[in-house]
Write a protein that binds this ligand. Sequence first.
Ligand code: ATP
Ligand code: MG
Ligand code: FE
Length: 342
Amino acid sequence: PIVLGIESSCDETGVGLVRNGRLLGHALASSMDEHARFGGVVPEIAARAHTHALRPVIRQALDAAGLRLADVGAVAVTTGPGLSGALQVGLAGARTLAYALGVPLYGVHHLAGHVAADTLGHGPLPDPCVVLIVSGGHTSLLLVRDLARDPILHLGDTLDDAAGECFDKVARAFGLPYPGGPAIDRAARAGDPRAVAFPRPLPGSYDFSFSGLKTAAARWAEGHAGRELPVADGAASLQEAVADVLTRKAVAACREHGVGTLVVVGGVAANSRVRSLAEERCRADGIELRVPPLGLCTDNGAMIAAVGDLLVRAGAEPAPLDVSIDPSAPLEYAALHPVASL
Ligand code: ATP
Ligand code: MG
Ligand code: FE
């Protein structure tokens, strides 16, 4: 069957259509611009934007795939984690579609979606693989087996801020626009990555910590009060520190677990230095590196459809129509079917 996937956990309204591991078409709307002047996503604004965007984005995705609603054989939706109002809008839409079409509904863990995004570009994931998820809300090292069947093992997590959050907040301190990740990436091109010696916290652990790095970068910027801030050097040095920590731990995890494939996913996987350093270090260790195509790194509906498609093909139990959202769902299984609370 053709699986229609809906993503609405944060500020992106995404819809994708997947069949048998193949992406048929997808569409995306973002309320990012509406949050820019607040310096971060405002939950109420995001939820409202989803209510406006969902129907047209479903239409655009179907058009992109050359399909009609009646062709859809299953619906998958992010049920957590994420902003509760935003998640509710996606789930309401997905539930309505599944009911009206008489097709099964699957609740999907947002992070499993980020992992599955890579299958759309590069085919099935090898079992096992190490996955580094780096986004605005998460920084985790995972040991993934069969995404549709097996529990996902956490090797490490951030103890404070996520890597993307660190980029976003430091960008603000550097006077760069929101979202900060892409802005730092651009600014870094003209900078010297060795200009500032930013810290590499928690060596020897698979956990991460970025709040010290964030503070160090803010202090460095403050130290230039009255003088021109060498933004490019600061951006390049920060990016180098983040990329160094992320890739060093990911490669060490592969080595320790005898895993031959590293998958780097999430919005920060779009970072050019994270990509190039991961490539360099994986090559040196004979590890295959997989990173989803740029457009599928950040939140999108295709990745949710990809998980739905894996679940359908694995014969997983669909969610009940009254499945509820779980805004703080821990990552254990790709299918997220919390028992309805009422
Ligand atoms: P989550 O998936 O954890 O709920 P999210 O929805 O914010 O969080 P994504 O959409 O996957 O995550 O990623 C957004 C994050 O990625 C932002 O923090 C953004 O700054 C960062 N990002 C995007 N492009 C780049 C880049 N080129 N370099 C660094 N960071 C980037
Ligand atoms: Mg986002
Ligand atoms: Fe995300």
